[in-house]
Design a binder for this molecule. Structure first.
Ligand code: ATP
Ligand code: MG
Length: 685
């Protein structure tokens, strides 16, 4: 609807319309931005002295005959408001009001009831026959004003409706824009929507990126063209320079609205006709807009090409000048706001993508760290266990070797004794049995040389001398052994002792292995009733080696008198972390004390050290994941954050305070005695 500043546009010359605009009325105030009503009257009235009544009114006067009146009303549809001064000359004319314009009628002649009803709201005034010029003037002024304001109301209402429609549409687009997380789909959507909004035949989208040297450049990323639907998109980049249209907009952040790109005149930028020349396309009107994000940064350029009178028109089959129109202010405003929304969505999508990538990276790093933390504590555990087992293992092993050597020796001595004490059998049988004893003695390093010599010698002797020699040698062996090892009974008694010592070592090892199993509680990773003190004892045993190495004393005062429901393996993990930290904080000669008790409905576990303490600055950070003051490769900074999480799982608290006199800190864990069983996966979902 063409409204503001509309010229008084009459239909083409018609024999029925007599157009006589009174000079003084034509000269009346005429603001081109206002929509002046047209005041239609008959020639009779215009030529009568009563015409002075309409002088000075803010309206354009049109003098017509009856046929002309009907014609004016029919062609004025969707035009300016009309006031008809109705007199006898118009009687019988069809004055039906039409929704396309505002009509007001001042009747100089009386009207029948049916006529009044037909005119309805349009009828402003019926003058008495003897109305004075002054009264008529007032009636006309009212009718003109009424027509003007009525028209304003209609146009404001339709403008309101149009704006509401646009707001709804923009809102829908805004929602759709913010919901799209895929950047490529988002860009296509932005371009399609902007073209729909503006009835553009074609459009392109450039994205700002940085080259290897960090210079900004424009990447031609999306292109749509109704006239060339099969056009293949070739992505390319251009510098952000004011010489091209997109470059100019990217560099200045200002939009360009060009009615005809082939007639740009004097400007820093120019249109590159290469595309038109290559494809036979004809570019004419163009709207180039910056896509500015929430920080007012231009992140892309939206280029809309050839605004058409209707989206359905095909450029190929039309004369371009007839169907392509310039972009107006309204298109510029709308697309500008759309481009900004799109830029914000695009920035958000990029941020979202970045956050997603960072999160994935963080998760991977965290998994690696947790894994390496596990490996580190596994290494620590293994070292502790190896150390603990080494002593009992070493002496059990030595003792077993010793016992084995003694038992073997006893065995050999018994064989020699048996041969000497047993004279049954022929001399050949006795010699064979004696040689078998020698064979056994050969394995004894202390006797091997003598045995070899005797065995060599007896081979060449007659049987009686052989028997003689064997008797002498074995008697010598028995004496020698008795001298060296003592009597067999004593030797066996000593061996028994050695074996008993080995049992102690083996028991110790069994204890350590059991302790390790208890600590890991692989079979008890669940929520259950457990002896918390016992768990702590096992943990301290495992850490004993680490403490000894660092010259730190471990003390414990464990005073829980009954089992509690908890995650025992996880609590062990917490105590392990706290005691490890405490040992790390202590100097040689320092002490770490672990205490437990039941107090005011809570199980309390405290770990106190007299180490270096924690600075004010660090105190607020120690439970943060990855916070560590330990050298790279030493601490992961996860120990306390994992511990914190575990205590939260027990609905408890973990706090730390500085010790008043001894220096160092005390960590205090409190977990309610009554623990609720955690929800199962099925209950949680
Ligand atoms: N008893 C303590 N005395 C002094 N500082 C401590 C003590 N306990 C913890 N801290 C401080 O808190 C930081 C975080 O401890 P946390 O157990 O979370 O990580 P970490 O010991 O550094 O590494 P890890 O993951 O190997 O345990 C430590 O680096 C240390 O600075
Ligand atoms: Mg730690």
């Amino acid at each position: 609807m063409q409204r503001h500043g509309a010229p008084l546009c009459l239909p083409p010359a018609s024999p029925t319309i007599v157009s006589t605009v009174l000079t003084d009325l034509a000269a009346a105030v005429h603001d081109p931005d206002e929509v002046q009503p047209i005041l239609v009257c008959s020639r009779r009235f215009a030529e009568s002295p009563a015409a002075s009544a309409v002088r000075g009114l803010t309206a354009d006067l049109l003098v017509v005959d009856k046929g002309g009146l009907e014609e004016v009303l029919s062609v004025r549809r969707a035009g300016r408001p009309i006031v008809v001064l109705f007199d006898d000359s118009f009687s019988g004319a069809d004055l039906r009001p039409h929704p396309g314009y505002t009509l007001r009628i001042v009747s100089l002649a009386p009207l029948a009831t049916s006529e009044r009803q037909r005119l309805g709201e349009a009828l402003s005034f019926i003058t008495p026959p003897d109305i004075s010029a002054e009264d008529l003037r007032i009636a006309m002024r009212c009718a003109v004003r009424e027509a003007y304001y009525g028209d304003q109301c209609v146009s404001l209402d339709s403008e309101r409706r149009r704006l509401a429609g646009e707001v709804t549409r923009l809102n829908r687009i805004g929602i759709a824009l913010s919901a799209e997380r895929d950047p490529e789909r988002l860009l296509e959507f932005i371009l399609t929507t902007a073209r729909d909004f503006t009835c553009s035949d074609a459009g392109s989208l450039y994205i700002i990126e940085k080259d290897a040297e960090g210079n900004r450049r424009l990447r031609f990323n999306n292109s749509q063209n109704d006239s060339l639907p099969n056009l293949e998109l070739v992505k390319f980049t251009i510098p952000v320079s004011k010489s091209t249209l997109a470059g100019y907009v990217a560099a200045t952040g200002e939009p360009l609205n060009i009615p005809n790109v082939y007639v740009i005149g004097q400007a820093e930028y120019s249109f590159n006709p290469a595309f038109d020349q290559r494809t036979g396309y004809r570019t004419r009107s163009m709207l180039v807009l910056p896509m500015k994000n929430q920080n007012d940064q231009v992140i892309g350029v939206l280029q809309l090409i050839n605004r058409k009178v209707s989206r359905a028109v095909e450029l190929r089959t039309s004369v371009i000048e007839d169907v392509v129109i310039p972009y107006d202010e309204q298109a510029l405003e709308l697309t500008f706001s759309l481009a900004s929304q799109a830029a914000v969505s695009l920035t958000n999508t990029q941020l979202y993508q970045g956050i997603k990538d960072n999160l994935n990276e963080l998760k991977t790093t965290q998994a690696q760290l947790v894994q390496s933390e596990k490996l580190a504590s596994l290494g620590q555990l293994t070292a502790g266990v190896a150390h603990e087992i080494n002593n009992p293992l070493a002496f059990s092993r030595n003792n077993t070797h010793l016992a084995h050597a003694r038992v073997t020796s006893v065995h050999r001595r018994l064989h020699a004794n048996n041969w000497l004490n047993n004279s049954a059998g022929s001399s050949a049988e006795r010699i064979a049995a004696g040689r078998a004893v020698l064979e056994r003695l050969l394995a004894d390093k202390g006797l091997a040389a003598d045995v070899k010599e005797v065995s060599g010698e007896i081979g060449g002797l007659p049987p009686p001398q052989q028997l003689e020699m064997l008797r002498d040698f074995l008697t010598y062996v028995i004496r020698k052994k008795e001298n060296e090892e003592g009597p067999i009974e004593e030797l066996l008694a000593r061996t028994q002792k050695v074996l008993e010592e080995s049992f102690i070592g083996l028991d110790r090892m069994a204890e350590i292995v059991l302790g390790l199993r208890n600590f890991a509680r692989l079979d008890e990773a669940q929520f259950q009733t457990a002896d918390i003190d016992e768990g702590i004892r096992q943990t301290l045993m495992i850490l004993g080696n680490n403490a000894r190495d660092k010259g730190v004393h471990l003390e414990s005062s464990l005073a829980l008198t009954r089992p509690y429901t908890c995650f025992p393996a996880k609590l062990n993990q917490v105590v392990l972390n706290l005691v490890n930290n405490a040992i790390d904080a202590c100097k040689r000669g320092g002490t770490v004390a672990v205490r437990t008790r039941e107090h005011e409905g809570n199980v309390e576990i405290s770990v106190q050290d007299d180490g270096e303490g924690i600075t004010d600055d660090n105190l607020s950070k120690i439970f943060d994941p990855f916070f560590t003051t330990k050298p790279v490769g030493k601490g992961t900074g996860l120990g306390l954050s994992i511990s914190y999480r575990i205590i939260m799982e027990h609905r408890g608290t973990i706090s730390v305070r500085r010790n008043e006199n001894s220096g160092g800190v005390t960590f205090l864990i409190r977990i309610p005695v009554e623990q609720e069983a955690p929800k199962t996966q099925a209950e949680r979902t």
